[in-house]
Design a binder for this molecule. Structure first.
Ligand SMILES: Nc1ncnc2c1ncn2[C@@H]1O[C@H](COP(=O)(O)OP(=O)(O)OP(=O)(O)O)[C@@H](O)[C@H]1O
Ligand SMILES: [Mg+2]
Length: 249
């Protein structure tokens, strides 16, 4: 579904992403993890066309999309969410989601009807008429997910959709993300919450100081000394190994 090769991006003297190559198979949930400032969001921004790469190539669904603009890439079926969510505060949840559905349908009523269906899919059916600015953190995260989903992607890039959620909200979000994949959308997600990574992702890529340093199943990367040193720490690694042994839910 997604083939990234040699993607590189510098900001001035800083090498934010260096020669990143990875593969996201169709129908899978793949995670990207790594410390703050590792370059995760920059990598997503290059894949989705928001930030031009200095070199490298992005192939989506068999087509080279390198250098295309974000709207063109979105129309092809590859969409990202933003780590810092900025909904239209005074617009309702339904209207915010309709910004996404309008990519596929011009008719206003149809766009709003589809927005309603998408909002219900992410558990926001009871919040449709609420202004976005009245939402909690969890509500805003769901709205961001709904806005992206509304564009009818084949590949969804999620940038920290679990951040700031309490355990109940996180369990619900994990269920929603799994449901999206089961509905036929491939998911590539950036996540710091290792419990979510271990329970959702089939494969995990680890980025550290702009470089991909490891790749494997969650339980495998939790056993790699370089990953534990660079990112996880020993406590998290042990919990992930135990979670995998106990069967991830
Ligand atoms: N537009 C920009 N201009 C200059 N430097 C930038 C820009 N965007 C990102 N950077 C720098 O590039 C590096 C990678 O940032 P990025 O946001 O991709 O990291 P991240 O892995 O997503 O971190 P976090 O986990 O904190 O979200 C950081 O050092 C950051 O300060
Ligand atoms: Mg980031």
């Amino acid at each position: 579904m997604l083939e990234v090769s040699g993607l590189t991006r510098r900001f001035g003297g800083l090498l934010a992403v260096a020669d990143a190559s990875l593969h996201v198979p169709a129908g899978s949930i793949v995670a990207l993890v790594g410390p703050n400032g590792a370059g995760k969001t920059t990598l997503f921004a290059m894949i989705s066309g928001f930030v031009p790469s200095d070199s490298g190539k992005v192939v989506f669904a068999g087509e080279d999309v390198t250098g295309l603009g974000p709207h063109v890439i979105c129309a092809r079926g590859l969409v990202r969410t933003f780590q810092v969510v900025q909904p239209f505060g005074r617009l309702s949840v339904r209207e915010n989601v309709a910004v996404g559905t309008h990519l596929r349908v011009a008719d206003r009523r149809e766009a709003l009807a589809r927005a309603t269906a998408v909002a219900e899919r992410v558990g926001m059916g009871h919040l449709l008429d609420r202004p976005a600015q009245a939402l909690t953190v969890a509500g805003r995260k769901r709205l961001e997910l709904a806005r992206a989903l509304a564009t009818e992607p084949r590949l969804l890039l999620l940038d920290e959709v679990m951040a700031g959620l309490n355990p109940t909200e996180m369990t619900e979000m994990i269920r929603i993300v799994r449901g999206i994949r089961d509905g036929g959308v491939t998911v590539f997600l950036i996540e710091h919450v290792m419990q979510a990574v271990a329970s959702l992702a089939e494969r995990v890529h680890v980025l550290n100081q702009g470089r991909l340093i490891a790749e494997g199943a969650p339980a495998e990367i939790a056993r790699m000394p370089e990953v534990v040193e660079a990112y996880l720490g020993h406590g998290v690694a042990e919990r992930m190994t135990a979670q995998a042994a106990g069967g991830a839910r």
